[in-house]
Design a protein around this ligand. Structure first.
Ligand code: SF4
Length: 469
């Protein structure tokens, strides 16, 4: 079978092929090198190079594949990480050897196991099935980056994985876990720092400003494989979900060879169940639409087959963009597939542009959306399509319906497919009265479903709070 290995699997420019048509390659052999910022690419198969284009290397794989691979070499951890081709496998694709080439001076390695996007499950499945290897990777990184603590950031709802962590970390003095609430986007890098370390970074800051590196759980596993097993990155863990004959529960496939097509993975998951709307590569918020013959890369996390889109019959639809949701192109695409006419386009006021992309000033903490909804109304929109985080979606619902605007979320067709509740109100609103009698800086804590809502009150007297609990 012929496989297409893309030359761009990371941020930066595409790699350059180091192989020629007709050349024999072994599984794990170097086939492409970066031209600047990037990471090398290795063959996921033993076989023969069929052809090379500007976009990809095509490999005719041998019928029989062994588990063996060509080993990488390097003098130290940085060399081995660079040689392995490891990049941020949560989707960012930033080269790991550059990200981790930092002296944290006793700071923190934060393992991002938030599995933030709905429906994805491979990071949690990895912790449940192979925590040992992930711990190896974490210890390598703690030593390499001079970090005093390693902390797994994981949502409290993943009870089985949390129980496994709890047991495994009992005797670990410098490794622990931190429970996150079940909100989107808790996996955003600065949201992880804020939740775990209590520091709110600027959109332009890197986690190193809090003496931390935030690194995806699968990337940590690949670090252990690179340093201890001298294994290059040639496989990826993937979640497949949606309109599938085997049912709507997410299926996880571990160590899928890079270059495997989306269609093949869907077949492995039982095949598509009837007519469908689109196939998303990635998660419902940040993923994009792909064809079945698209190959997976080092950053592919999910493949989701959806139901058909709702039909807006040409209605005027405003777009509200979130820094952690679909970009304008993706939101326009969804509006088009819904047969809507795009009207006013606005972004959440906490979404600021940093180097050409939107970043949130305080991920998942809503600044209020009433003004945006009024603008949509003035523009003549009857409907709005939003890509907002859980909290902001909640506040859109506080004003848009009162103005006669029908709200659609970019994840609606995905949530409908699997029978999940749509992103709307977090839960029913409830009035809470609190009398604060002494002044000062203190904390009032209230448990809400799926997590903990903490409210910091500076100077208090008789405050009235409406909580989404
Ligand atoms: S506050 Fe705004 S920009 Fe930030 S995550 Fe929520 S919707 Fe997105």
């Amino acid at each position: 079978m012929k496989y297409k290995i893309l030359l761009k699997q990371h941020i930066g420019a595409p790699c350059t092929s180091t192989v020629k048509e007709g050349q024999r390659v072994k599984r794990g052999a170097l086939i492409a090198s970066p031209t600047g910022l990037g990471a090398p690419i290795h063959s996921p198969f033993s076989g023969t190079v069929d052809s090379v284009s500007d976009e990809a290397i095509f490999i005719e794989a041998d019928e029989t594949q062994s588990e063996e691979y060509e080993k990488i070499s390097g003098e130290n951890v940085t060399d081995l990480l660079a040689a392995s081709g490891a990049v941020g496998m949560g989707g960012a694709g930033f080269p790991t050897h550059i990200k981790c080439n930092v002296d944290l001076k006793g700071g923190y390695i934060l393992v991002n196991a938030a599995e933030c996007e709905p429906l994805l499950g491979h990071n949690i499945a990895q912790l449940e099935s192979n925590l040992e290897k992930t711990l190896e990777g974490l210890k390598i990184l703690m030593k390499h980056c001079n970090a005093a603590e390693g902390i797994f950031a994981i949502k409290a709802k993943h009870e089985k994985a949390v129980a496994i962590l709890d047991k495994a970390l009992k005797d670990e003095k410098s490794i622990k876990y931190h429970l996150l609430p079940d909100l989107y986007p808790m996996g955003e890098e600065r949201a992880v720092v804020r939740e775990v370390l209590g520091k709110l970074l600027l959109p332009t800051d890197l986690p190193s400003a809090a003496d931390a590196v935030v690194i995806n759980a699968e990337t940590v596993l690949r670090v252990a494989e690179a340093v201890n097993d001298k294994r290059p990155v040639i496989t990826k863990n993937v979640s497949v979900a949606g309109k599938l004959k085997k049912g709507k529960d997410t299926q996880v496939f571990m160590n899928v060879p890079i270059g495997t097509t989306v269609g093949r993975l869907i077949e492995m998951a039982g095949g598509i169940d009837g007519e469908y709307g689109e196939i998303i590569m990635g998660g419902p918020f940040t993923g994009h639409s792909v064809d079945p013959d698209t190959p997976i890369t080092k950053t592919t996390g999910g493949i989701i087959v959806t139901d058909a889109f709702e039909d807006l019959s040409g209605k005027r639809v405003g777009l509200l963009l979130c820094a952690c949701g679909g970009n304008e192109e993706r939101m326009r695409e969804i509006a088009g597939r819904m047969n809507g006419t795009v009207g006013l386009i606005q972004k959440c006021k906490q979404a600021v542009e940093v180097k050409g992309t939107l970043k949130c000033e305080n991920p998942g903490n809503c600044p209020g959306q009433a003004e945006k909804c009024l603008n949509f109304k003035k523009d003549g929109c009857t409907d709005i399509l939003i890509g907002n985080c859980s909290d902001c979606t909640n506040t859109v619902m506080g004003s848009a319906p009162k103005l006669g605007l029908t709200v659609h979320h970019q994840t609606d067709h995905v949530m409908d497919t699997v029978g999940h509740e749509r992103m709307r109100h977090l839960t029913k609103s409830k009035q809470v009265q609190a009398d604060i009698t002494s002044s000062g800086d203190y904390e009032m804590t209230r448990i809400i479903e799926g997590g903990m809502l903490k409210i910091r009150i500076k100077e208090g007297k008789n405050i009235h709070i409406e909580l989404p609990c």
